[in-house]
Design a protein around this ligand. Structure first.
Ligand code: E4P
Length: 217
């Protein structure tokens, strides 16, 4: 499973990229707002750091507007994936932009039917939102599994990009289901390293090591 980091914070992207932990980046208008930076400027900087796909989201509501914005965003760098919302107009924009050879990430997906339509429209990525479904007492991970089944049934090549990930557990569950990509905040990716038994074990080893009075360096 590929890891994308869901942020527009340059320091976090650089740190994870230096460690080889990420294969791409996703942003959205809220993350751009949080960064406090100009969308084109910050996206260009992200694209200069990361080789993989960098999602930049359109904000128009009509297909023509999304296509125009998508073409503009795609000028930023070769590795831009234009992000459009899963509306009928978004699907139209997806078809046009993918026909032009651009990567398209169809976002705000909350049902298997929406994912089926995105695949028919030729989306490079479909972004089902796990956390926001869980917030409504629905099962976000079940949606990922359903889309995996449907795409495999028919050999759709659209990549399942599990999004709105809130915990390290979401990451391992997505990997078990077979999501192609998971995008998560840097804090969640880092939390994957944590285990209470690792901390406890380390504490025990260091106590015993102190008793030996030895030094390695
Ligand atoms: C995906 O591309 C979105 O940017 C993101 O995962 C949304 O997550 P949230 O529900 O935590 O805002």
């Amino acid at each position: 499973m590929k890891f994308f980091v869901d942020t527009a914070e340059i320091d976090q992207i650089r740190d994870l990229n230096d460690l080889g932990m990420i294969d791409g980046v996703t942003t959205n208008p809220s993350l751009i707002m949080k960064s406090g930076r100009d969308i084109k400027e910050v996206t260009k900087e992200i694209c200069s750091i990361v080789d993989g796909p960098v999602s930049a989201e359109t904000v128009a509501l009509d297909a023509e507007g999304m296509i125009a914005e998508g073409r503009e965003l795609a000028k930023i760098a070769e590795n831009i994936a234009v992000k459009v919302p899963l509306t009928w107009d978004g699907l139209k924009a997806c078809k046009t932009l993918t026909d032009e050879g651009r990567m398209v990430n169809v976002t705000l997906c909350f049902s298997a039917n929406q994912a089926l339509l995105a695949a028919k429209a030729g989306a490079t990525f479909i972004s089902p939102f796990i956390g926001r479904l869980d917030d409504l007492n629905m099962d976000g991970l079940e949606l990922i599994a359903d889309i995996r089944t449907i795409y495999d049934n028919y050999g759709f090549e659209t990549n399942i990009l599990a999004a709105s990930i809130r915990s390290a557990n979401h990451m391992s569950e997505c990997a078990k289901i077979g999501a192609d990509v998971a995008t998560a905040p840097a804090s969640v990716i880092k939390a994957m390293a944590n285990h209470v038994l690792t901390d406890k074990g380390l504490e025990g080893f260091l106590k015993d090591w102190e008793k030996t009075g030895q030094k390695i360096l």
